[in-house]
Design a protein around this ligand. Structure first.
Ligand SMILES: C[S@@+](CC[C@H](N)C(=O)[O-])C[C@H]1O[C@@H](n2cnc3c(N)ncnc32)[C@H](O)[C@@H]1O
Length: 273
């Protein structure tokens, strides 16, 4: 998310990063005072956003566990943020230490911190790249060392597509990551919904900071189109808390969390004749 760095009152938190702002809400320790200040500003505009971010992290854990349970041993996380607080490699390696994970983020500070956090961790790498350049991601040494496209891969984009307006062809972008994958590979997504509560938050944010955050909210139908050509894993496209929750994870009014989640699987081609 592109964040304005100067508030309307002239106060300018230093280079807040959405990845580190998320870290504040995930109760991590990889953020600075500027990030915390900004996180608090956002929480004033949209008090439910920190809750939604925590729900998305819990979703990520459930998806990774599901994928490991279905034999996937390779993960590519696009727009990763800080690889801590229950991120992909932590969940995957707890169940399958040989699972391989590539994180990708375009924020150089976050990527540098990611590399530091992963130092000494086998089977995980952090790549600093703009995901709008898939050839650069697929061609990167980190990717080539860890990911074998002849075996199933899970591509994950958790709260990532919000960064791309329709004018940037986000469906084409998703396809460019899914097409090279072999059958039985997966695409896991979550996305803030086009809902008046989130819209209200964005409006307050705009008034406070003099410009709206550069994000695109999408309704369920628009979100579901990202899975075109894939088989959707049960329970389909649902609000994040309702995607395969553990028994003790279901809170109050989960259907009112206006963030969509879904996991699609690449079909096995059947030969004719
Ligand atoms: C909302 S955060 C989501 C972080 C993470 N997926 C999670 O679940 O906590 C979005 C992340 O995407 C990164 N990002 C934004 N545009 C990007 C791009 N074009 N290429 C790669 N990363 C990008 C940002 O730096 C940020 O870390």
């Amino acid at each position: 998310m592109a964040l304005p760095v100067a508030a309307a009152d002239g106060h300018a938190p230093e280079h807040p990063s959405i990845a580190r702002i998320n870290d504040c809400w995930l109760e991590g320790d990889h953020h600075g005072d500027g990030d915390l200040l900004f996180a608090n500003h956002i929480a004033v505009c949209a008090p439910h956003v920190p809750y939604l971010v925590r729900e998305e992290r819990a979703l990520l854990a459930r998806m990774v566990r599901y994928l490991i349970g279905h034999g996937v041993r390779q993960f590519v996380d696009l727009g990763s943020g800080v690889p801590a607080s229950g991120h992909v490699h932590e969940i995957a390696h707890a169940l399958a230490p040989a699972a391989r994970v590539v994180y990708v983020d375009s924020d150089p500070g976050v990527a540098a911190e990611g590399r530091e956090l992963l130092a000494g961790t086998e089977n995980a790498a952090y790549l600093c790249a703009d995901i709008r350049e898939p050839e650069a991601v697929f061609g990167a040494a980190e990717f080539q060392q860890l990911i074998d496209l002849r075996e199933p891969v899970a591509v994950l984009m958790i709260e990532m597509l919000i960064n791309f307006p329709d004018s940037e062809n986000p469906r084409g972008l998703v396809s460019s990551y899914v097409e090279p994958l072999c059958p039985k590979s997966y695409l896991g997504l979550s996305h803030f919904g086009d809902h008046e509560e989130l819209d209200k938050g964005l409006n307050i944010f705009s008034r406070m900071f003099g410009q709206p955050p550069a994000v695109t909210l999408r309704d369920r139908e628009q979100f579901a189109k990202f899975f075109t050509g894939l088989d959707i894993v049960e329970p389909g496209v649902v609000p994040v808390p309702l995607w395969r929750p553990l028994e003790d994870e279901v809170g109050h009014n989960p259907d009112r969390a206006h963030v969509h989640a879904g996991l699609g699987r690449k079909r096995v081609m059947r030969s004719v004749g």
